[in-house]
Design a protein around this ligand. Structure first.
Ligand SMILES: NC(=O)c1ccc[n+]([C@@H]2O[C@H](COP(=O)([O-])OP(=O)(O)OC[C@H]3O[C@@H](n4cnc5c(N)ncnc54)[C@H](O)[C@@H]3O)[C@@H](O)[C@H]2O)c1
Length: 441
């Protein structure tokens, strides 16, 4: 990324919700010797102020200038960031990415890069026009197990990969959270086939070192939402959980933590953003149950599923090649609310295994080094390594290409967007836009 004369890189950030915290802490806490936070921007000044108060209490430093989204251009002119970080709502990423590049900034954007084909095209145009760089922060790539899979496949451990079976389950805690706020509206998140599956599609593209070519998908809202609940004889006729029964396993108490109160409850009056909407309410336009099948340019086939209301959360993956098969199983957490110690509850503690089955030879248990990140060893286990690669003055080498570019960002969004189109139309969809945008591998 850009170096200033003084050796400090100036960062500004838009979207001061919960994810912003990780970047602010990296800049101000881990890499203050070469990184400087110069501005924060959001539609809510209350959320900006929450982060500024946190900077004071955590790092004993002054807050940074805050700007409303309407003052975005002014912020760029006045604060002159080198690099712009985008952690806002998915459907608005493109506008900030493009405008920041037009002001001469490189950009670091949270996943998904954006939410649909047209927005992907506008970002790729801006990169072409401005020559600026965009990095999409696919943190799952830095998890030790997923990197090990990339390494084994690249080294030929299973020969040429021919079939990927990938089943991700979200539990009734994490999964439900996507049905409480903006993620539940397809225009703002692209649905879970974009918002969530972008992580998974990126892993698969990266493991196969290939781009998808054709996709077909089914999806339904089978558990959340008013209609699905009514089908089970249940009815919850309130708009949000505020003041509702606290023993409801889906209730979210916004007074539970200073973060939930400071970022969401206190900002409601200004922004109208309600964080705890009833997951069995109206106006949910995304799916909670999805299957996708795809064919890659090189011929590999994908069978993918995502469900958002499982008792436990994790992934089962099998990649079969013409010389063997790799199998990964990870259980990250379980939503167990009865009074049971976590390690005695079925599925209450994390568990994982990675096995290589070489053709005609005995299976091998693959050791996975513990990345021991702040979120444990699951998909977020590599966050600190990703941040080191982005912000450290002397970043470690990247032999497995974990740093993801705009092309990687585009490929996973275009796969999800094509899946959305397929389930709306009931037909297979060719990724023509991807064919035009992405070079052959
Ligand atoms: N990689 C990961 O594991 C991971 C985890 C969580 C979130 N994320 C991504 O980070 C981003 C933010 O997610 P979050 O959980 O912090 O959401 P959030 O709702 O907590 O924060 C979003 C922020 O964007 C602001 N905002 C809304 N509209 C805006 C606009 N037009 N202009 C400027 N700001 C606007 C909101 O006020 C809010 O402060 C999303 O893109 C999400 O996909 C990634």
């Amino acid at each position: 990324m850009t170096d200033t004369v003084a050796g400090m890189t100036r960062y500004a950030l838009v979207g001061t919700g919960s994810r912003a915290t990780m970047y602010i802490d990296a800049i101000c806490g881990n890499y203050p010797g070469n990184c400087e936070l110069v501005a924060l921007c959001d539609t809510s000044s209350v959320r900006v102020e929450y982060h500024n108060r946190r900077l004071a209490s955590r790092y004993q430093r002054a807050g940074v200038p805050g700007y409303l989204a309407s003052e975005f251009d002014l912020m760029l002119k006045r604060e002159r960031p080198d690099v712009f970080i985008v952690t806002t709502v998915d459907a608005y990423h493109h506008a900030y990415i493009i405008a920041a590049m037009e002001h001469g900034c490189d950009v670091v954007s949270e996943k998904p890069m954006t939410t649909d084909d047209a927005k992907v095209a506008s970002i790729l145009d801006a990169i072409e026009r401005t020559g600026r760089r965009l990095r999409v922060t696919f943190n799952y790539r830095y998890s030790a197990a997923y990197t090990r899979m990339r390494q084994l496949i690249a080294e030929g451990a299973i020969g040429t990969p021919r079939l990927v079976d990938f089943a991700w389950t979200l539990d009734t805690s994490h999964g439900a959270d996507y049905f409480r706020r903006w993620h539940r509206e397809k225009p703002t998140s692209g649905g879970l086939l974009v918002h969530k599956a972008t992580h998974h599609f990126d892993l698969i593209n990266w493991w196969l070192d290939d781009w998808p070519a054709t996709v077909f998908a089914f999806g339904s809202l089978a558990f959340y939402g008013r209609e699905a609940a009514a089908g089970r004889g249940e009815s919850y006729d309130y708009d949000r959980y505020d003041g509702q029964t606290r023993d409801d396993p889906f209730a979210l108490d916004l007074d539970r933590s200073p973060m939930l109160r400071g970022l969401y409850r206190d900002a409601e009056g200004e922004s109208g953003y309600v964080r705890d909407r009833n997951v069995f309410g109206e106006q949910i336009s995304v799916e909670d149950t999805m299957t996708v099948t795809a064919r890659y340019r090189g011929g590999a086939l994908l069978s993918y599923s995502l469900v958002a209301y499982s008792p436990w959360e994790g992934v089962r993956v099998a990649v079969t090649g013409d010389k063997g098969r790799l199998e990964l199983y990870e259980r990250h957490q379980a939503h167990v609310i009865e009074d049971t110690p976590a390690d005695e509850a079925p599925g209450g503690n994390a568990d994982r295994s990675l096995r290589l089955f070489p053709m005609f030879r005995a299976a091998e248990e693959i050791g996975i080094p513990s990345s021991a990140g702040p979120h444990g060893d699951g998909p977020h286990g590599g966050d600190s390594q990703m941040l080191e690669q982005i912000f450290a003055p002397d970043p470690p080498s990247d032999p497995w290409h974990r740093a993801a570019s705009h092309l990687d960002g585009a490929a996973s969004v275009l796969l999800g967007a094509a899946a959305n189109r397929s389930l709306a139309e009931g037909l297979p969809v060719g990724l023509d836009r991807l064919r035009a945008a992405l070079p052959a591998r």
